[in-house]
Design a protein around this ligand. Structure first.
Ligand code: GLA
Length: 350
């Protein structure tokens, strides 16, 4: 179902597309940023809850700095100094986060209008967007397609396809903030989270540039191999947590890259909602909403730090600098080489 969502500052109409399955689960996505604005799923009593943070108007999405529900591209996460070297040539990206690049900078696809592709299937919608040569500082014109689909198993499947006309970096993700009690229900610190990862990448300092080091989670506050409340250790006296005000780190997902596998499970006892996430990628940023600040969200509700958590599947940060090109774990793509990845968000109750 297509509806008008609003008008952006360029005067363009922003539309919202709602997709659904046969169990009443729905997702709404706007063509500004191909942004997931609502995700409505059943709780343990059968009542429906909207489990993603968002805004009610285009202006808030245009001005927002939190990336609520947006698609990130071409490159997710931080790049030190915003500098990327490909075949000996260095490209300068925006330095929009201290002196570093975050989520592709000011011309990220999160702030662009995407074009919806018509689809007669009420369970899915696709969007297409072009990022021009050097628009973000990176070489090549890249055409990106994202498809959101809901299945009757209460899965939201997000599929990404992209192709460039020159060698470049492609590393996309979705930046939804989840709250399994509902977007308007306060902190997620009580959610139990399990992450299938033996290692994480520490950050250098409070500017949060991830290192290439695979640090063992054993015996640390970063060990989520067994379900643990997000808030259990979040205020511990740990330098890595202090640097970034909580969790904001990449985890190295176990198992074979390129194969879809479950990498995290999150449970809220209060709503009984269980979210299982699967991806074919090697990394996932776990971000505990440390910098949400105080702002008005959907329905006039106030959001604060930790009102939602993010799990953002992606290549390992900096992989372009140390993973050989051509590897399944490399974000470097040749001209005409197909980029394809999928994330599955599966909802159930307990
Ligand atoms: C990412 C980063 C965080 C923060 C958010 C947006 O996930 O890792 O540090 O910048 O985006 O606020």
């Amino acid at each position: 179902m297509k509806e008008t969502f609003g008008v952006n500052k360029k005067g363009q109409t922003v539309s919202s597309f709602t997709i659904k399955n046969n169990n009443g689960m729905t997702a709404s996505i706007i063509d500004f940023g191909a942004t997931l604005t609502k995700l409505i799923v059943p709780d343990k009593t059968g009542a429906m809850r909207d489990v993603v943070l968002g805004y009610d108007d285009v202006e808030s999405y245009e001005n927002g700095a939190c990336y609520f529900g947006t698609i990130i591209g071409r490159n997710a996460n931080r790049i030190c100094g915003g500098k990327v070297t490909l075949d000996g040539k260095t490209y300068q990206m925006d330095q929009n986060d201290n002196d570093n690049n975050l989520h592709s900078g000011n011309n990220g696809v999160d702030k662009k209008m995407w074009t919806a592709l018509s689809d007669s299937d009420p369970s899915q919608v696709s969007f297409i967007c072009k990022s021009n040569h050097l628009e973000q500082g990176l070489p090549g014109s890249v055409t990106m397609t994202v498809t959101y689909k809901i299945t009757d198993d209460n899965e939201l499947i997000v599929s990404y396809d992209a192709v460039s006309d020159m060698k470049t970096i492609i590393n996309m993700t979705n930046h939804s903030y989840f709250n399994l009690n509902g977007h308007n229900s306060g902190s997620v610190e009580n959610h139990l989270i399990q992450i299938e990862a033996d290692y994480y990448n520490p950050v250098i300092d409070s500017k949060a540039i991830p290192t290439e080091e695979n640090a063992d989670v054993t015996g640390t506050v970063f060990d989520f191999r067994k379900p643990k409340a997000i808030g259990k250790d979040i205020n511990a006296d740990d330098i890595q947590l202090k640097y970034v005000g909580g969790y904001d780190h990449n985890y190295v997902i176990k198992g074979k890259s390129g194969e879809l596998r479950r990498f995290a499970t999150v449970v809220s006892e209060e709503s009984g909602i269980v979210l299982e996430l699967s991806s074919d990628l090697t990394g996932t940023q776990f971000y505990s909403g440390n910098f949400v600040g105080d702002q008005k969200g959907k329905g006039g509700y106030d959001y604060h730090n930790r009102s939602g958590f993010c799990l953002e599947p992606q290549y390992i940060p900096n992989a372009m600098n140390f993973i050989p090109e051509g590897s399944v774990d490399s974000p470097v793509f040749d001209a005409d080489e197909q980029y394809h990845t999928q994330t599955i968000y599966k909802f159930s109750t307990k």
